[in-house]
Write a protein that binds this ligand. Structure first.
Ligand code: HEM
Length: 209
């Protein structure tokens, strides 16, 4: 009897996606998050949100580059993990930064641009998470694709949020921005190539006729 190893890949990827949160909880409980553990929790959950967002955006270019459909099987799971980490990140802010003082939170969202931008990114993630089921995909049809293109804007807001909050060394947010722009650039290039597939061949044909 042969075992289909592909059956184990999805649960393995799912477990791997839970490792950062498991590590963070363990590090918090065992006092390994430094002098400001709750601040570190906010920072780390923010970084993991951004990493999952970029991983989600990587799946479509990966499909095109490899010519295989499997990356798309993980796109939805990774997108939902992005929302999961973004919500955990927001929760650490509401809880440990603001102690659920809603008046303060509102003032902070209005006054600090990096918080405004982060909040906007999280709010835009909500409809994507709510419509991530296969049933919603079918129901929305072409509108689903257009709605989920919001993820490009969310990516831009996320790096802007990071750039805005960093005070001195911009290297880290700039690296994330570079990766995001490369992923979005690939999409643009690929779309143009699909729109004008015969352009080069036609130009050569025109010249030789
Ligand atoms: C898609 C949504 C979001 C992403 C991708 C994101 C990402 C990040 C990243 C990468 C960091 C920096 C980590 C570091 O310093 O190394 C960060 C920090 C932070 N984020 Fe977010 N964030 C998001 C949403 C939010 C929201 C909704 C809020 C609050 C309303 C928020 C509040 C904060 C705060 C308070 C910090 C720490 C700032 C500091 O260190 O002084 N973020 N976030």
């Amino acid at each position: 009897m042969s075992i289909d190893y592909r059956l184990f890949i999805k649960p393995l990827v799912f477990t791997a996606c839970l490792l950062p949160v498991a590590w963070l909880v363990w590090a918090l409980l065992s006092d390994r998050l430094g002098a400001n553990p709750f601040e570190e929790l906010t920072r780390q959950s923010g970084l993991w949100t951004l990493r999952f967002l970029l991983l989600t955006l990587l799946m479509t270019p990966l499909r095109e580059l490899l010519g295989r459909a499997w990356p798309l099987k993980y796109r939805r799971m990774l997108g939902l993990f992005t929302f999961f980490y973004a919500s955990a990140h927001l929760l650490t802010y509401l809880w440990f930064d603001q102690f659920f003082d809603w008046q303060e939170i509102f003032t902070d969202i209005v006054k600090r641009p990096f918080i405004t931008v982060g909040m906007l990114a999280w709010l835009l993630l909500v409809p994507l998470a709510l419509t991530s089921t296969k049933a919603m995909m079918k129901r929305l049809g072409r509108k689903w694709k257009r709605l989920h293109q919001l993820s490009y804007g969310i990516g831009l807001l996320a790096v802007l949020h990071f750039l805005w909050l960093v005070k001195a060394d911009l290297r880290e947010p700039l690296i994330y921005m570079g990766i995001l722009l490369a992923l979005l650039g690939f999409r643009l290039w690929h779309r143009r190539r699909q729109q004008f597939p015969l352009r080069r061949g036609k130009a050569v044909a025109d010249l030789s006729s």
